[in-house]
Design a protein around this ligand. Structure first.
Ligand code: URA
Length: 208
């Protein structure tokens, strides 16, 4: 499973600010979106191109445009919504397919509570958005769901990943490309990434 750690100076700098304990809601929100935008730039590097001839100011000119498959972004509720604006800044025509899961406290398995996918999702590249790839449970359930809906090309964009989550994902879906700003050290006993960002949903929504 290809894991792309985007270690661009801008990403590393912004990650250094978003990790601060005293980061404000406003700044956390802005940075989550800005880092998501930079990761999207990397995640779309392999899009296929085609050439066509258009009418330019000085006559016909050969230009390039993105070929074929369109994109749907798939924010995982609720924290994934905090990355959506940054991604849509670069891909304004993308459709948004939203998924939400809760955890069954007996089985500890993720259970869908909201799914609204783009109608033509099987013809689109899916870019899953979630700030934190922790255990990977919800992510794997999301990919199961997208594959069942006919999605053939799926990528995941995360601010921070835990090695445990990447390992679980590799076992379940080795065909999914991952783009992250950082791979952190470990998960603690409560399932938080260390050093991580804390509860990304609370920080984006200001519900801490
Ligand atoms: N979800 C979060 O918001 N933070 C973590 O560290 C792990 C999961």
């Amino acid at each position: 499973m290809p894991v792309h750690v985007v270690d661009h100076p801008l990403v590393r700098h912004k990650l250094g600010i978003i990790r601060r304990d005293d980061v404000t809601t406003k700044n956390f929100r802005a940075l989550a979106s800005e880092i998501a935008r930079l990761l999207t730039y990397e995640a779309t590097k392999d899009l296929k191109m085609e050439t066509k001839t258009i009418k330019g100011w000085a006559g016909p000119v050969e230009v390039e445009s993105i070929k074929g498959k369109k994109i749907t972004v798939v924010p995982i509720l609720r924290a994934g919504l905090g990355m959506q604006d940054g991604v849509l800044d670069l891909i304004p025509g993308a459709k948004v397919s939203v998924v939400g899961f809760y955890r069954n406290e007996e089985t500890l398995q993720p259970v869908e509570y909201y799914v609204k996918l783009a109608k033509d999702i099987k013809n689109r590249i899916a870019l899953i958005l979630d700030p934190m790839l922790a255990t990977g449970g919800t992510l794997i359930a999301t990919i199961d769901l997208l594959k069942k809906a006919g999605c053939k090309t799926i990528k995941g964009i995360f601010l921070v990943a835990a090695p445990e989550g990447l390992e679980n994902l590799e076992k379940a879906h080795p065909d999914v490309d991952v783009y992250v700003a950082a791979i952190d050290d470990h998960l603690n006993e409560d399932g938080y990434i260390i050093p991580g960002l804390g509860d990304a949903g609370d920080k984006i929504f200001g519900t801490k």
